[in-house]
Design a protein around this ligand. Sequence first.
Ligand SMILES: Nc1ncnc2c1ncn2[C@@H]1O[C@H](COP(=O)(O)OP(=O)(O)OP(=O)(O)O)[C@@H](O)[C@H]1O
Length: 269
Amino acid sequence: MALSLAAARPVAAETPGPAIEVDRLTKAFYDPESDRVTVAVSDFSFSVAQGEFVCIVGPSGCGKTTVLRVLADLETKLSGEVRLHSATPPAMVFQEASVLPWLTVSENIALPLSLKGVSRAKQAERVRELLALTGLSDFATARPQQLSGGMRQRVSVARALADDREILLMDEPFGALDEQTRLVLQQELLRIWETTRKTVVFITHSVDEALTLADRVLVMSPRPGRLVADMAVPFERPRDVVEMRRDKRFWDMTYEVWNLLAAPAEEGR
Ligand SMILES: Nc1ncnc2c1ncn2[C@@H]1O[C@H](COP(=O)(O)OP(=O)(O)OP(=O)(O)O)[C@@H](O)[C@H]1O
């Protein structure tokens, strides 16, 4: 199937209000042992519209995880403003699948619902939907150690979706997987996103993963991380992760982002 990537997606026109607004965020860590302050993120500003998929790329240690942890309220900021326009706290997916080994796949997915006291019947219905959405229906009663790494990460994604939070924060969720599994999960995440239209902030080291998934790619500088580019990704949806790679613009953008990442850090940071 030839993929038509001709029309640029009018991101702003389709997206209502902001779901996330970050204004001049600065975050530093103090290590009392060495009496050293590490400025992880400096003056970082961006916003994410409701239902938008934004990827953040940047060199190792530039503060990507720190930004996500501040959004999740797991870290306090030094200065700046962070506003989440959402009725629910964000859900998180981490690099390592954070599944509980003593629970079955279904029980892992149901965990946020059982913690909230949702009835067993409603839990079972929601779990059924999520097993189908993430392709795990045949593994409902399996335990995590019986699953591959990719399948465990699918369980993490399903669990993050269980109680239907509006914002999904994903920290390099496919980073530990082999290339082929990664492509399969990227395709699945695209399909899931088409179905759920969550607001997603997704961190990755992989430029082509960012271009495959995102409406916009934010490129960060080396630490202390600052915003160096905010790029709209023009490929129309639904996307096919393999077919996209036949489009010259995909590689032109990959080159452009790599050029930004390879640029030397500015003086005086
Ligand atoms: N809890 C902490 N205490 C002290 N320093 C920290 C802490 N967390 C992060 N840092 C420092 O902040 C900087 C940014 O770290 P962060 O993990 O956010 O980067 P990253 O871009 O996500 O890195 P990577 O891509 O390698 O995962 C690093 O220099 C790191 O050492």
